[in-house]
Design a protein. Structure first.
Length: 234
């Protein structure tokens, strides 16, 4: 039988949740566990996820990766996408476009597997230079000519920029012509003011509506590596 660690928000849910699971004869332990139950109450609605200890370790602080080895915590968001949402996607030989790339967390992750990553951001990247990473120091709206010069169809389009997701969605639509059929989109929806769950869901729905004119089968995930005001569209 699995041993479960409980993580609740707010913390006041810890005891009633633990008591309930104990009555159901489930094994609980704060350190010696192989599963994590995450339970969150936001605006009166409950959300939960169950994940393995190994996946939990990717998010909290991986033992095999120190903070010094990654350029930003954003690295763990895209890693979680490929570990949990797209585990069967083969990145070998793939070509990716990363919008709003600085400081380089997503570019850094993609560069480990892809043949080419075109990172688009007017700001500097903080990751070490790599031959398969091409940094275009410009806005995505200014990158059309450069992208055309590659004469390629890209396999992956990513965006984790700090901007209104609906505006970014419109920019991503303009880049869809550089993608092959069946390419993957990964995009973070961010809200910077304290908002309700309904407001967050509204931003997600509006972004998906814009993107659906060029992208199909879009799904929204609340990753463990996302903040309470972030969602990830894939």
């Amino acid at each position: 039988q699995h041993v479960i660690r409980i993580m609740c928000f707010p913390k006041s849910l810890d005891k009633p949740t633990g008591d309930y699971l104990f009555r159901k004869n489930l094994n609980l332990h704060p350190t010696n566990f192989d599963r994590v139950l995450s339970l969150v109450n936001i605006d009166g609605k409950f959300y939960y996820k169950i994940l393995s200890k190994e996946t939990f370790a990717l998010i909290v602080r991986p033992s095999w990766e120190s903070d010094a080895q990654v350029s930003s915590r954003a690295h763990f968001k895209i890693k979680e996408v490929f570990e949990r949402v797209l585990p069967s996607l083969n990145l070998k030989g793939a070509k990716a476009i990363d919008i709003g790339a600085a400081p380089g967390g997503w570019t850094e992750f993609l560069s480990q597997f892809c043949d080419l990553v075109v990172a688009i951001d007017p700001s500097d990247l903080t990751i070490p230079p790599k031959p398969n990473v091409h940094h275009l120091k410009m806005l995505s709206s200014e990158a059309t000519e450069k992208l055309t010069s590659y004469s390629l169809q890209f396999d992956i389009l990513t965006m984790d920029a700090n901007a209104d997701a609906r505006k970014i969605s419109r920019e991503l639509m303009k880049l869809a012509r550089f993608l092959r059929s069946g390419a993957v989109l990964i995009m973070t929806v961010k809200l910077w003011k304290r908002s309700s769950t309904n407001q967050t869901d509204k931003h997600v729905e509006e972004s998906q509506l814009i993107l659906s004119k060029e992208f199909c089968d879009l799904k929204t995930f609340w990753l463990f590596a996302n903040s309470s005001l972030e969602r990830t569209i894939v």
